[in-house]
Design a protein around this ligand. Structure first.
Ligand SMILES: [Zn+2]
Length: 277
């Protein structure tokens, strides 16, 4: 979109110049200037590069990704996780790194053909990996998932997964399965995770969620029936919370937080928040 600092694109890696990020398993090489390094300088370092990808432009400058086999040490540098950048970093840099991480993870996991085991090749002029033996093509993977805020008047149904930061409650979420619509998935996941039936399922908006390659489709739904029964192993606790007595909530840039903030704003007649993307 116009006016944005980061714009993804397909760049020819045989061209010289530009800036580069080095990625390995959702971590980025970082020094006191940040995550962008002069590309030619970075390529002269002793790094275990698996592949290189032209990924777009930042402030108009070409940006490349070096996907590494392991997080190598480099003088004056450290490795920074993508989640940390989301929580503390610049929003445009997070968008750049979220894209880079998805391309890097895909390339790293598609070095060999899953059908015949041959080494895959990057396809020129296309974001694709191709098997020279059996012609299978693989494109960057996106996993559709849904996230839903269930409400009952002035109450929000929020839950805790054992993986969450201590004390934080959030909306319910889950991956879409083969054969179902996203709306089917919303009703199924709510039933499985908390044992509640819902209705009036409304699509709100979507957010790319690069952990590692989700596309989050956000919904609002109204409670219909049932008592809360947390799913063993998945849900540590789930409760109805009044809009005036909410627990610690998810990070401000997440769609989970947006769904909650949007409902609160509508309920209180305040200005609606904007979905971060
Ligand atoms: Zn093959």
């Amino acid at each position: 979109m116009a006016g944005e600092r980061w714009r993804s694109g397909l760049l020819d890696a045989s061209q010289a110049g530009g800036w580069a990020v080095a990625h390995c398993r959702q971590q980025f090489l970082t020094d006191s200037n940040g995550v962008l390094f002069p590309r030619e300088w970075l390529k002269r370092q002793e790094l275990p590069v698996l592949s290189e990808h032209g990924i777009g432009h930042f402030d108009g400058d070409p940006i490349y990704l070096l996907e590494l086999a392991h997080p190598a040490e480099l003088d004056g540098c450290f490795w920074q996780g993508l989640r940390q950048v989301m929580l503390q970093g610049d929003a445009d840099i997070f968008r750049l790194l979220g894209f880079a991480s998805q391309i890097g993870t895909w390339a790293e996991q598609h070095r060999f053909c899953g059908s015949c085991g041959s080494r895959m090749e990057q396809v020129a002029g296309e974001r694709a990996m191709r098997c020279p033996s059996c012609e299978v093509h693989h494109y960057p993977r996106l996993s559709p998932s849904m996230i839903v805020l269930v409400t009952r008047g002035d109450e929000l149904l929020l839950a805790r997964s054992p993986r969450f930061v201590s004390g934080v409650y959030s909306t319910l979420a889950g991956f879409v399965e083969p054969g179902e619509s996203v709306e089917d998935c919303v009703a199924r996941e709510v039933r499985e995770e908390v044992g509640v039936e819902i209705g009036n399922i409304q699509y709100i908006g979507s957010q790319n969620w690069p952990f590692p390659h989700s596309l989050m489709l956000g919904f609002h739904a109204e409670y219909r029936s049932g008592e809360i029964v947390p799913q063993p192993g998945e849900i540590e606790d789930a409760q109805w919370f009044s809009i005036d007595a909410l627990p610690p909530l998810p990070a401000p840039r997440s769609i989970a937080r947006y769904l909650i903030d949007l409902y609160l704003a509508r309920r209180r007649g305040l200005a609606e928040p904007v979905l971060p993307h």
